[in-house]
Design a protein around this ligand. Structure first.
Ligand code: TYD
Length: 219
């Protein structure tokens, strides 16, 4: 595919959305076509499923069924938004993707690895990220930031889980990065937002050069 698929992962309060917005602006001003999207959601069908998942309405069905719903949403998102954008040659920046399922459902949801692999295979259907940035932050600091951002709003189904679960997720993301060093880059999200942005931009520039992507404005 001509485009570039970049995903952002990490625990609560790591600053993913700020970084994604900043990177999108940087790339657009350099002339690239950029699609910013998120999971769960990103397409009309998947956004409907997002509501079911984050409200906790699917929680009584069990973690395995929640994992099925995340995958169903992902499948629609890949088909309707991500693959078409990559085929057009766009840079797709996605806030969470398959690694969130691996960590939140697979590891801390304690689901069968074979079941998770099958779900992932069906949902992504070959659309694997070119690069995944794992924004890593101390759990307490991340939760503190998430609380500040939320203000008087309530925590969603996954944010409200305790410290031990959040810590296990942090470790699972780091383990995943270690297992797939070609795809995953761990970024220290405790640094100030500008330093984090510079580090990410450096990696993305390298990636664009490696892929020899044509800049539509300079073509
Ligand atoms: P969102 O409000 O998008 O949160 P964040 O700012 O943390 O990215 O909420 C998404 C929540 O859904 C988040 O707590 C992680 C969880 N999630 C999963 O459990 N599995 C998944 O596959 C995805 C994509 C998200």
């Amino acid at each position: 595919m001509r485009g570039l698929f970049i995903t952002f992962e990490g625990g609560e309060g790591a600053g993913k959305s700020t970084q994604i917005d900043g990177l999108a602006e940087h790339l657009r001003s350099a002339g690239y076509n950029v699609v910013v999207t998120r999971e769960p959601g990103g397409s009309p069908g998947a956004e409907a499923v997002r509501h079911v998942l984050l409200s906790g309405a699917a929680e009584p069905l069990g973690q395995d069924i929640e994992a099925v719903l995340f995958s169903a949403a992902r499948s629609d998102h890949v088909d309707q938004v991500i693959r078409p954008a990559l085929l057009r040659g766009s840079i797709v920046l996605c806030d969470r993707f398959m690694d969130s399922s691996r960590v939140y459902q697979g590891v801390t949801g304690n689901l069968d690895p074979d079941f998770m692999r099958q779900l992932e295979k069906v949902a992504v259907d070959g659309v694997v990220p070119d690069r995944t940035f794992i924004l890593d932050i101390d759990v307490e600091e991340g939760l503190h930031r998430a609380d500040k951002r939320r203000g008087s709003g309530t925590a969603d189904r996954f944010e409200k889980e305790g410290m031990a679960v959040q810590q296990a997720r942090r470790e699972a993301f780091l383990a995943l990065a270690k297992a797939e060093p070609e795809r995953c880059v761990v970024i220290d999200a405790a640094e100030d937002a500008e330093s984090v942005a510079n580090e990410i931009a450096f990696h993305v520039t390298e990636l664009i050069e490696a892929k020899k992507m044509a800049n539509p404005e300079k073509a």
